[in-house]
Design a protein. Structure first.
Lengths: 785, 165
C-alpha cells in the first residue's frame, strides 16, 4: 500500500479551503446585478386560496417583482414530479397529484409557497413579502398517517388520500408458515418523522443570459445532472443544453438535497422574467417546513419462529406518510428501499409486506440518510430482539442461529445477497464491546441506582445503488450507473470528472487515492472535478452510499482504458510490441529489458504525437466510462449499544458504542470511520432526541432548532469502530459503501438497549427522558436488584 | 444609513448599514468574508461564531452597529495569508474534524474560546459540554472532540515556542 493509495488514511485535500473559510457554498456566490427572493408561505396546513393581493407589496421600496402561481401557470412552467412509478396490488399506478412550484387554488401544507417577492436586498424582499395579502379559507387538516384514509381528501386524484396500496412477497406462504409456528412475536412500531437539518440551508441562485438564452443555476444539490434533467424535461423551464446546474461546495445533504424543489424552479423562472440574477437562501425556519422530511411509518409486524428459535416467516403492514406532495423519489423509499431489506441478515423463508402510502397535510417525505433501510432494520432488529427475550434465548445466539451463512443468497424479497460474513462481525463486536463483562457492569450500575442495558443491531443495507435494468424493472425513471472521465494532461497531471457529488464525503481525496494507486503518480498531481453540468457531461449524483461502489468503479474503468492507450503510446516510443509493455509504479517497461519510459514522457508523447502516426493511433489521452453495477452491494455489521438509565429521571446515557461493519474494500479508513460516526449520531438522534411533531391542525410544533432536538456533542459518546471485510463481487473495486450504515443500525441498537434496561418493550422513539420515565412507571424492571 | 467602523482581522473597515444589519451580514455581504456561515435563525447552530474583542460571539445575533470600534476576528483572520495554519485549524485537518465544512469555521472559533476559558489541557467531558452552542450534522462530534483536545495542546506548545523565540 502506498502512502496515498487505496487503504491509506490520507488527510483530505478539500480541508484546506474549509478550515480557512475559503469554501464556496451557494450563498457565497454573488452575481452582478443580483436580486434577492423571499417566499410568501402558507401559515395553514390546508386551505383554499380565495385571493392574493400583491398591490401593497409591489409598491414597497426596492421591489422588482411579485409573482404568484397564476403567472407561473400562464408561463407554462410545469409541475414537479416523482420519478419512481409504483403500482398498487390491483395494478393501478400511484396517484401522483400536481405539484406546482407556487400553489394555486389551494395550499396543502404549512410552508407551501404561494408567492415570491424579488427585491434589491433581502431585507426589502422580506419586508415586502409581509405585505402580500392572502385570503385563505382554512380546511380540515390531516397529519397522522394512520388516520389519513378517513381524513379530508387533499388531492382530487387520490381518494382516501391513498397514493398506492403495494405489496411484496407471498401472503399465502407466510400464512401457512405462521400456522405451523410455535412462537409468534408481534410489535406495533412508529418510525418517527425526522427533519434532515443539513447545517447549510438550501439555496438557489439563477442567472439568465438573454444573448445566448442560457440559464445557470447554482444550487445546493447532491445531483446536479438529475436536477437539470427534471427541470428541463419535466418542468419545461429550458432545453437541457440551455440549462447549466452548478453544485458548488454543499454543506451536508443526508438525502434532503437530492430532490428538485419549488424554490430553484421559481428562481430560474424569475431570473429570466426580470432579466437579473435571483438568489434565495432558506432560513432555518423555512428549512423546517420545506426540506423533505424522513421516515414517518406506522407499522404492525409479526415474526413466526419454531421451538428452537428458527425464524419461519415475517409479516409486515406499514402505512407510510409521504406528506402533501410526492417528492422526487418518495415513492421508492417505503417500497423498494424498505420491504426488500426485511430479511435482514437472516435466512427467512417467507416474508410478506404491505405498504399503504398516504397523503397528509405535512411537508413532503422522501429519502433521509438510509431511506427505507433504517425503517426495515428497526422492524427486523426489534422483532428478533423481542422474540429472543420472549423465548428466553440469548439475543446474540438467536441471531447466530438464523444468520445467512452461504452466498449468494436469494431472499424472498427480491434481493440476492452476494457476499458477507455476519458471524464474523457479530463475534468481533461481542469481543470489542466486552459483552462477557456486561453482567458485572450491570450489577455495578444497579448499586448506583442505574439500570444498565445492552442492545444489538445486526443490520444489512442495500447500497451501491444500483443496476439500471433492475431498478428500471421496479419503476425507477432513471438509470443508476455512474460516469467518469479521466483527462491526462501533457505534463502528466490528471483531472477526473465524476458524476458523483461530494457534500462532506471527501471524494476529492478518495477518488484521487484510486488514481494515485493505479497510475503511480503523486497525489497532488490529481484533481477531482464534480458538481457542474458544463464540466461533467452527465452523472447520477451521490446518495444511497453509491459513490465508492459505483462512482469510483467508473473511474477505475476509465483508468483501465487510459492504461491501454498509454501502453500503445509507450510501445511506439520504446519501439516494442504493445503486448510487451508493462506498466507499474508510473513507469512503462519493455518486459525483460531495461528499456523504460516515465509516465510524464508517455503523456507528453501522447499529445505531441511525434512518435506514432496520428491517423493510426489518435493523439491525446482522455477516456470515459459509464459504469453500471451488476448488483446492489450489501454492507452489513453489528452495532452494540450499552446504556445506563437513571431510574429517577428516565434519562438515558449511552455509555459504550461498538460498531463493527463490513464495507468491503476500504479506500480511506479515516474517512470511513468519520462516515460511521456521523451515521451513528443521526441514528442515536432518531432514537433518543429527534422527532417532528405536528399538532392536529397541521402546525409543525418542532419548527426550529429550539424545539427540534438535534444531537449535541454532550448527547453522544465516543465510538469504538471496527471493521471486517468481505469484498463485494459486484464491482471491480470490491467496495460496498459506508455512508448510511450508522443511521441504519443505530436506532434499533439504542431501543433494544433501553428496553433491556427498563424491562418493557413499550417505548417509542424518541426515547426522551420523559418517555423512558413514564415507561418505567408502567414496568417492572427485569433486573429489579 | 448609519456608518459603522471596526477592525476586522487587523484591518480597519467602515460601512453604511441599516440599524437592523447583523454582524454576520456585514461580514459576509459588505466585506465578502464568506467563511462565517449562517445555519439557523435562533442562535443554536454556531456556524456564525466569530471573536469580538477576543471573545466568541454569535454574529447572527449581534448587530453590526453594536460592534462600533470593536476588534473582530473571523476564520479568515486566524492564519496569515500564505503563512502556516493556526494549530487549531491544523488539528481539525489532522483529526478529520470536518466533513462538509459548513459548521467548521464556527467550530474552530468556538474551540479557541474554550481554550481561552478552560486552558490547553482539555478532557473529553469538558469539550463536549463546552460545545453546546455548536451543532455539526456530519461528524457525530467524535473527531471534533479529538481535534479540539489536540489543537489545544498544540497551541500550548506553539505558545511556548513563540515565547522562547
Amino acid at each position: 500500500m502506498s502512502a496515498t493509495g487505496i487503504g491509506a488514511a490520507v488527510r483530505r485535500k478539500e480541508d484546506l479551503r474549509f478550515i480557512t473559510g475559503k469554501g464556496q457554498y451557494t450563498d457565497d456566490v454573488v452575481r452582478p446585478g443580483e436580486t434577492r427572493a423571499a417566499f410568501v408561505r402558507s401559515p395553514h396546513a390546508h386551505a383554499k386560496i380565495r385571493r392574493i393581493d400583491v398591490a401593497a407589496a409591489k409598491s414597497m421600496p426596492g421591489v422588482v417583482a411579485v409573482l404568484t402561481g397564476t403567472e407561473l401557470a400562464n408561463d407554462k412552467i410545469g409541475n414537479l414530479i416523482c420519478g419512481w412509478m409504483i403500482h398498487s396490488k390491483d395494478g393501478t399506478p400511484m396517484k401522483m397529484a400536481p405539484h406546482p412550484a407556487l400553489a394555486t387554488g389551494k395550499v396543502n401544507h404549512e410552508g407551501d409557497a404561494v408567492a415570491v417577492v424579488i427585491a434589491e436586498t433581502l431585507a426589502q424582499a422580506s419586508d415586502a413579502a409581509e405585505k402580500v395579502k392572502v385570503d385563505y379559507e382554512p380546511l380540515p387538516a390531516i397529519t397522522d398517517p394512520a388516520k389519513a384514509k378517513s381524513g379530508a381528501q387533499i388531492h382530487e386524484v387520490a381518494p382516501k388520500n391513498t397514493i398506492y396500496e403495494w405489496s411484496l412477497g407471498d401472503a399465502k406462504a407466510v400464512d401457512t408458515a405462521f400456522g405451523a409456528s410455535k412462537h409468534v412475536t408481534k410489535l406495533d412500531i412508529v418510525n418517527n418523522r425526522l427533519v434532515p437539518n443539513a447545517i447549510e440551508p438550501r439555496a438557489a441562485l439563477a442567472e439568465y443570459d438573454a444573448g445566448t438564452e442560457q440559464l445557470t443555476l447554482w444550487n445546493t444539490t447532491q445531483n446536479p445532472h438529475v436536477s437539470r434533467l427534471v427541470i428541463a424535461a419535466f418542468v419545461g423551464m429550458a432545453p437541457e443544453h440551455k440549462l447549466r446546474v452548478i453544485a458548488p461546495d454543499v454543506g451536508g445533504g443526508f438525502g434532503s438535497k437530492i430532490f428538485i424543489y419549488p424554490e430553484e424552479v421559481v428562481c430560474l423562472w424569475a431570473a429570466r422574467k426580470i432579466g437579473r440574477p435571483v438568489k434565495w437562501t432558506a432560513d432555518r425556519s423555512e428549512s423546517f417546513v420545506t426540506d423533505a422530511h424522513g421516515r414517518d411509518h406506522v407499522t404492525h409486524a409479526e415474526l413466526a419462529l419454531d421451538a428452537s428459535g428458527k425464524i419461519l416467516a415475517m409479516r409486515v403492514k406499514t402505512i407510510a406518510n409521504l406528506g402533501a406532495y410526492m417528492s422526487t423519489f418518495s415513492s421508492s423509499v417505503p417500497t423498494y428501499l424498505y420491504a426488500t431489506l426485511l430479511s435482514g441478515q437472516y435466512d427467512i423463508p417467507h416474508i410478506y409486506c404491505e405498504v399503504d402510502a398516504v397523503y397528509t397535510n405535512t411537508v413532503p417525505v422522501d429519502a433521509y440518510r438510509g431511506a427505507g433501510r433504517p425503517e426495515a432494520t428497526f422492524v427486523v432488529e426489534r422483532l428478533v430482539e423481542v422474540a429472543a427475550r420472549q423465548m428466553d434465548i440469548d439475543p446474540a445466539e438467536l441471531r447466530k442461529r438464523n444468520f445467512i451463512k452461504t452466498f449468494p443468497h436469494q431472499t424472498p424479497v427480491i434481493m440476492a445477497y452476494d457476499a458477507g460474513d455476519y458471524g464474523a462481525s457479530l463475534k468481533k463486536a461481542l469481543d470489542l464491546a466486552d459483552v462477557k463483562g456486561f453482567g458485572k457492569r450491570r450489577r455495578e450500575a444497579a448499586r448506583h441506582g442505574k439500570l444498565r442495558g445492552l442492545g444489538f443491531s445486526t443490520y444489512i443495507e442495500a447500497c451501491g445503488i444500483a443496476p439500471s435494468q433492475a431498478v428500471g424493472s421496479l419503476g425507477c425513471g432513471v438509470g443508476l450507473w455512474e460516469s467518469a472521465e479521466v483527462r491526462v494532461n501533457p505534463t502528466g497531471s490528471v483531472e477526473v470528472l465524476t458524476g458523483s457529488h461530494a457534500h462532506g464525503q471527501g471524494h476529492e481525496t478518495t477518488f484521487a487515492q484510486l488514481v494515485s494507486e493505479r497510475l503511480g503518480i503523486p497525489f497532488e498531481n490529481i484533481s477531482i472535478v464534480h458538481g457542474d453540468t458544463d464540466k461533467v457531461q452527465f452523472g447520477m449524483g451521490t446518495y444511497g452510499s453509491r459513490s465508492g461502489a459505483v462512482g469510483m468503479s467508473a473511474v477505475a474503468k476509465a483508468l483501465d482504458k487510459i492504461e491501454v492507450k498509454a501502453k500503445k503510446v509507450a510501445a511506439h516510443m520504446l519501439e516494442a510490441a504493445e503486448g510487451d509493455i508493462e506498466f507499474k509504479d508510473g513507469k512503462f517497461t519493455v518486459a525483460g529489458t531495461d528499456k523504460s519510459a516515465a509516465w510524464g514522457d508517455v503523456t507528453l508523447n501522447a499529445y505531441v504525437a511525434h512518435k506514432f502516426a496520428g491517423q493510426e493511433l489518435e493523439p491525446g489521452l482522455k477516456e470515459t466510462s459509464f459504469y453500471d453495477p451488476t448488483n446492489f452491494t450489501f454492507p452489513a455489521g453489528c452495532h452494540i449499544c450499552e446504556v445506563e438509565v437513571d431510574r429517577d429521571t428516565g434519562k438515558t446515557e449511552i455509555v459504550n458504542w461498538t460498531a463493527v461493519d463490513d464495507f468491503g474494500t476500504v479506500v480511506n479508513p479515516m474517512i470511513v470511520e468519520g462516515q460511521v460516526h456521523g451515521g451513528i449520531a443521526q441514528g442515536i438522534g432518531q432514537a433518543l432526541l429527534e422527532g417532528a411533531v405536528y399538532d392536529k391542525d397541521g402546525q409543525l410544533l418542532t419548527g426550529s432548532l429550539m424545539d427540534y432536538c438535534m444531537p449535541h456533542a454532550h448527547d453522544l459518546p465516543s465510538f469504538t469502530v471496527g471493521l471486517t471485510e468481505t469484498k463485494s463481487p459486484s464491482n471491480p473495486l470490491g467496495i460496498k459503501g459506508c455512508g448510511e450504515a450508522g443511521a441504519i443500525a443505530a436506532p434499533a441498537a439504542v431501543i433494544n438497549a433501553i428496553t433491556d434496561a427498563i424491562g418493557t418493550e413499550e417505548i417509542g422513539m424518541p426515547a426522551t427522558a420523559q418517555a423512558v420515565w413514564s415507561a418505567l412507571k408502567r414496568a417492572q424492571p427485569r433486573q429489579a436488584a | 444609513m448609519p456608518a459603522v467602523s471596526m477592525t476586522v482581522n487587523g484591518k480597519a473597515v467602515t460601512g453604511d448599514v441599516e440599524a437592523r444589519t447583523l454582524l454576520v451580514q456585514f461580514l459576509r455581504e459588505n466585506l465578502r468574508l464568506t467563511g462565517t456561515h449562517v445555519g439557523c435563525d435562533t442562535s443554536q447552530c454556531g456556524a456564525c461564531v466569530v471573536h469580538i474583542d477576543g471573545i466568541a460571539a454569535k454574529s447572527c445575533t449581534t448587530l453590526a452597529l453594536q460592534c462600533e470600534g470593536a476588534k473582530i476576528t473571523t476564520i479568515e483572520g486566524l492564519a496569515e495569508a500564505n503563512g502556516p495554519l493556526h494549530p487549531m485549524q491544523e488539528a481539525f485537518r489532522e483529526h478529520h474534524g470536518l466533513q462538509c465544512g459548513f459548521c467548521t469555521p464556527g467550530m474552530i472559533m468556538a474551540a479557541l474560546d474554550i481554550v481561552r476559558r478552560r486552558g490547553n489541557d482539555l478532557d473529553e467531558h469538558t469539550i463536549r459540554e463546552q460545545l453546546d452552542g455548536n451543532i455539526c450534522r456530519c461528524t457525530g462530534y467524535h473527531n471534533i472532540v479529538k481535534a479540539i483536545a489536540a489543537g489545544a495542546k498544540a497551541m500550548a506548545k506553539d505558545g511556548a515556542r513563540q515565547a522562547a523565540e
